[in-house]
Design a protein around this ligand. Structure first.
Ligand SMILES: *Cc1c(COP(=O)(O)O)cnc(C)c1O
Length: 397
């Protein structure tokens, strides 16, 4: 009995824990600057919108290489207020992917509009442009691509379809700040882009926050108005909006962090490269996104970088048919992982009335069964990356 317990203990301490994300380590490096920024806001006693938010809006618009940024209360509200600014009404149809975070389709449903799902490209997990056109009807108003995990969707093809059918494009860029498609940044190719500053995003605040990006001055102005109850001037309402305002404390924190974002992104990209090298060395993974037969013992699929992209690796997501077992194995070894997302949106209980069923989107359903996000945050050490790959190798041996 005693020997059994000591054996369990010895395997449990065999490796240092590798969390999925360690925000404390990031904070440790910039805490002085962050506290100064917070103090500045506290001294000003100006907490809602105001100069800090305006400064962040300019800085994020410059960073994203677009004309306007409108700070909002969350990525979810960025999506909602964008749809409102495009006059999306009950009965309208919006085309998007079923393999995303809930808010993508949730925001459409909140306006009474109908979500029309289109399956993903199994290599990139982003909406498959060649499947969009067959889903367009007289009621279709917009396409909402999601740049999943930090890699942009196939925007040329999406914009071409949208132009031909006179549809709006709203980019859900919540996971993709600074990602690029042919040199253009996430959120700036469609009519409106939606960023999230949720703490686990690459640019994360100390709470909820988001931003709408735009190039069209009228659309930007409408978003700005709707963000604050639809005021044209204070207490005079041109239309009905909401309280989607960003607060100054979040803006002050985000302004500090934005200066470090490119360095952090490079750290994530470096870690992705290290994973690829370590997996190749361990001979346990293939580079293609497709399920192929191979001589390898494992069936691990590594993330695919599509051509002409800058992938910012909000997540590093692998695939395996033995995903659930692998996740349990890694959890036992104190390696943090997460499943983004275990149930595709078309199978969510709250969307039952859309009448989709299992089998409608096989690539999304397979992704939901097989994908697993590994730790990729910039502060990971070489030893931690090695520990993750060694543990996965051990699982398949
Ligand atoms: C995080 C996220 C959102 C929502 O952002 P919040 O700031 O959490 O409201 C929307 N879409 C996607 C794809 C996301 O990852």
């Amino acid at each position: 009995m005693i020997s059994k317990m000591s054996k369990v203990k010895s395997t449990a301490v065999a490796n240092e824990p590798v969390p999925l994300l360690d925000l404390k380590e990031q904070y440790r490096q910039i805490s002085g600057e962050i506290r100064e920024a917070i103090d500045r806001v506290i001294e000003s006693q100006h907490f809602i919108l105001g100069p800090e938010v305006e400064a962040l809006e300019r800085e994020v618009a410059d960073y994203s290489q677009c004309a306007y940024g409108i700070g909002v209360s969350s990525g979810t509200d960025a999506l909602l207020v964008s749809l409102m600014a495009l006059d999306i009404k009950p009965g309208d149809e919006i085309i998007t992917t079923p393999y995303s975070f809930f808010a993508t389709a949730g925001s459409i449903a909140r306006l009474g509009a109908r979500t029309v799902f289109v399956d993903i490209d199994p290599a990139t997990f982003n909406i498959a442009p060649e499947l969009i056109e067959a889903s367009i009807t007289e009621r279709t108003r917009a396409i909402m691509p999601v740049h999943l995990y930090g890699q942009m969707a196939e925007m040329d093809a999406i914009m071409e379809i949208a132009r031909r059918h006179h549809l709006y494009v709203i980019e859900d860029a919540a996971q993709a700040i600074g990602a690029e498609y042919k040199g253009r940044r996430a959120g700036t190719i469609g009519d409106l882009g939606c960023l999230s500053f949720y703490p686990t995003k690459n640019l994360g605040g100390f709470g909820d926050g988001g931003m709408v990006t735009a190039n069209d001055p009228e659309l930007a102005e409408r978003v700005r108005r709707l963000r604050n109850h639809g005021y044209s001037s204070r207490y005079y309402n041109q239309e009905v909006g909401g309280n989607f305002r960003l607060d100054a404390l979040q803006a002050a924190v985000l302004r500090v962090k934005l200066k470090y974002l490119d360095g952090w992104t490079q750290g994530r990209q470096r870690n992705a490269e290290s994973y690829r090298a370590l997996f190749a060395e361990a001979q346990i993974a293939q580079e293609t996104g497709e399920e192929t037969r191979s001589a390898l013992r494992s069936d691990i699929r590594l993330p695919v970088e599509a051509r002409e992209r800058r992938h910012i690796y909000n997540q590093f997501v692998i695939g395996s048919r033995r995903r659930d077992e692998l996740q349990s194995f890694l959890t036992e070894r104190r390696i943090g992982t997460e499943i983004y997302y275990p149930l595709p949106l078309h199978l969510q209980e709250c969307f039952a009335e859309l009448n989709y069923s299992e089998g409608d989107f096989p690539h999304s359903e397979r992704a939901a069964r097989q994908t697993l996000a590994l730790p990729i945050y910039p502060e990971l050490s070489a030893a931690q990356l090695q520990a993750v790959v060694s543990a996965i190798k051990e699982f398949f041996d």
